[in-house]
Design a protein around this ligand. Structure first.
Ligand SMILES: *Cc1c(COP(=O)(O)O)cnc(C)c1O
Length: 238
């Protein structure tokens, strides 16, 4: 690795800022920063940036497009790196996702879960999953509604090779992160409800918060934040 590479210096500065903000938000919420996993969202960026981030201590990476991600994962998958699928997933790509990603955060239907289960059985793997919830019921977003999640969760809980780990949401765009605090709070409320209704599953993780709102998400209980632009800079328009 070349030292003093401009991209690496910028990345180091960005990461230091994000880590400091995570620690500050955790402290405000009386939580420990080590209870919060930073997933660096590397979509649209080359694998070279992923490697630089790894050298700066990042071990979790998020991608939303299977094809793009597979090339990066094939190129870079040391033992301690976890790749997270965070985008809407079509069932016909489920086999590849089971074979390459470490987490699927975007399980948004029983049909998709069944397909993941079938491939997990075939490949003799267990797949950690989160259920994606469209808290604000936005037309433009995938995800289960708050109301349908418990029923679908009960069905998915019966699938032997999927390991339920919690919930994920993408909050609406907002000019002020305070405006989406109720969205994060609602996901936390759903987690409480699922802990009561389906105590045999783990509901430990709340994956919520992105560049514009991760501090608020941590105050509301996020255990995973998915941060792209604040780490890697603006994405080229795709
Ligand atoms: C792109 C993306 C992110 C990261 O968004 P930033 O605003 O760049 O931090 C997080 N989660 C999902 C599901 C995404 O698609």
């Amino acid at each position: 690795m070349i030292n003093n590479h401009p991209a690496q210096e910028q990345l180091a500065a960005n990461l230091a800022k994000v880590r400091a903000a995570i620690a500050a938000a955790a402290q405000r919420a009386n939580r420990h920063p080590s209870d919060i996993t930073l997933v660096a969202v590397s979509k649209t960026h080359p694998v070279e940036l992923v490697k630089l981030a790894y050298n700066l201590g990042v071990t979790d990476f998020g991608e939303n497009r299977v094809q793009e991600a597979l090339a990066k994962i094939a190129d870079f998958h040391p033992q301690d790196v976890r790749w997270h699928m965070i985008g809407h997933l079509q069932s016909n790509k489920a086999a590849k996702v089971v074979g390459s990603f470490d987490y699927v955060q975007s399980v948004d239907s029983f049909h998709l879960a069944q397909t993941l289960q079938r491939h997990a059985v075939e490949q003799n793997r267990r797949v950690p999953i989160l259920l994606e919830v469209n808290v604000a019921s936005e037309e433009s977003k995938s995800g289960l509604t708050l109301d349908e999640t418990p029923g679908v969760a009960r069905q998915i809980a019966a699938l032997s090779h999927l390991e339920m780990q919690g919930l994920m949401t993408v909050a609406p765009r907002a000019s002020d992160p305070e405006l989406v605090r109720p969205v994060f709070r609602a996901l936390r409320g759903l987690q409480d409800r699922l802990r009561q209704e389906l105590p045999t599953c783990s509901w430990h993780h709340l994956s919520m918060g992105m560049t514009d709102d991760y501090s608020v998400a941590i105050e509301e209980g996020a255990t995973i934040v998915r941060v792209g632009r604040a780490i890697f800079g603006e994405r080229p328009y795709v």
